[in-house]
Design a protein around this ligand. Structure first.
Ligand SMILES: *Cc1c(COP(=O)(O)O)cnc(C)c1O
Length: 410
């Protein structure tokens, strides 16, 4: 039985210090991302405690901020990167390049160049590829170092079709071709691992499917044999809805272990979302309240440019009126200033009746929140502040208009 860390398995918006959030919004203006580094540490420790025999890497793409990366590096966590920019950020945050793993998905030439150059001086770096073509491109660059094969188990899991990577042909070598591929890869490279990342946002109900997919990955790893590690990817979910339960990591650890045993190779896991999602919230101020015949529309200063997950993945995010959580509730729609109907954070949701000037918090934005922020409508990306114990510091300043036009020429 795994040892359990004592931190709560989920942090809801009601669990944030409201006075502190109000103070941050007053000091730094809105919209404002807040990332709680203590919560990042707690999430990592709870996850790692459930897998005491595995190596747990952090999948950087969930949140690549240097404060998050260096917080995890200080705990001794290695980092999994899916693009050259993430490799560079990880090194900048203090990672030993030898400890990095680079998972190439349809990699641009420049990204392969970067990884191969890094590996020349840092032979511990591992490059994972999921297409014969990518291995050929690595060989053409003279690379013969550490590689892992990303396999497609043919089963995808997760909260949305757009993240069920395990059944998407884009990702990984088709299952039945893996043994042949392993032979050819072994003749040209140092084949150290098998890798699969089968989905995202996996909660209790998805666990059976997820474990079936992991079992297939383990079976293939046994067939290929003689490996240093088998990497089962990330995908562990967090409850976005208030009535959803968090994963019980003790159970998850046991279920995963029993699905993949026996394995001679080291087990690697790469959670992204699980580590950072509930460590982040987005503060936004109410600009406008409009009574329409069908609903009440609450206009806020955050938009799909600030946080795109509802528009992109139909994602549900909890929202709380931090200024007046006890006010009587009414069903409202909350949306931003973008000229598209997709720019809504919720529709007909009961909230403590928002009034102009109220501060709303949108929860669970630590993963794929700031990462997917963009500049639609020439809106500057927001600032981010990190909470670290009693300290608070700005980890990204707010973009300015000058930042937005800096790249334009002519
Ligand atoms: C995105 C990704 C992860 C992390 O996924 P989460 O759902 O955030 O845990 C892990 N490994 C790879 C290769 C990924 O692309």
């Amino acid at each position: 039985m795994a040892t359990h860390s004592s931190s709560p398995a989920v942090r809801r918006l009601s669990g944030w210090d409201h006075d502190r959030l109000l103070g941050l919004a007053a000091d730094h203006s809105t919209p404002l991302y807040v990332i709680d580094l203590d919560r990042v540490r707690e999430n990592y420790r709870r996850f790692a405690a459930a897998f005491p025999d595995a190596e747990v890497k952090y999948a950087a793409k969930a949140h690549t901020g240097s404060a998050v990366l260096s917080t995890l590096l200080e705990l001794g966590v290695d980092i999994e990167c899916a693009a050259a920019g993430e490799l560079r950020r990880s090194i900048r945050a203090g990672s030993d390049p030898n400890a990095l793993q680079y998972t190439a998905v349809n990699p641009p030439d420049a990204d392969l160049d970067c990884a191969v150059e890094l590996a020349a001086d840092n032979p511990g770096l591992t490059i994972t590829a999921g297409a014969r073509d990518t291995f050929d491109r690595l060989a053409a660059r003279g690379y013969d170092g550490r590689v892992a094969i990303r396999i497609n188990p043919g089963i995808g899991t997760g909260h949305h079709d757009k993240v069920a990577t395990g059944k998407d042909a884009k990702f990984g070598i088709p299952y039945d071709s893996v043994p042949g591929m392993a032979e050819s890869v072994r003749s040209r490279f140092d084949l150290v691992g098998i890798h699969a990342h089968v989905g995202s946002g996996v909660l209790q109900d998805d666990l059976d499917d997820h474990c079936r997919a992991l079992a297939r990955v383990a079976e293939m790893a046994r067939a290929v044999g003689d490996l240093e590690f088998v990497d089962f990817g990330g995908g562990f979910g967090v409850p976005y809805r208030e009535d959803e339960d968090p994963l019980d990591m003790g159970t998850v650890g046991e279920r995963v272990r029993s699905s993949i045993s026996p394995l001679e190779a080291e087990v690697v896991l790469e959670p992204g979302r699980y580590i950072v999602a509930d460590a982040g919230c987005l503060l936004t101020e109410v600009n406008t309240v409009k009574e329409a015949p069908s609903t009440t529309v609450v206009g806020v200063d955050a938009s799909l440019a600030t946080m795109i997950r509802p528009a992109m993945f139909d994602a549900y995010h909890p929202i709380r009126n931090i200024s007046a959580p006890e006010r009587e509730t009414r069903a409202v729609s909350v949306g931003g200033p973008c000229c598209t109907s997709a720019d809504v954070f919720c529709t007909d949701r009961p909230l403590a009746s928002p009034e102009r000037g109220d501060l709303l918090a949108i929860g669970n934005v630590g993963a794929y929140g700031y990462e997917l922020a963009n500049n639609f409508h020439s809106m500057p990306r927001p600032a981010e502040v990190a909470i670290d114990g009693t300290d608070t510091r700005i980890t990204r300043r707010r973009e300015t208009f000058e930042d937005l036009v800096r790249l334009e020429q002519g």
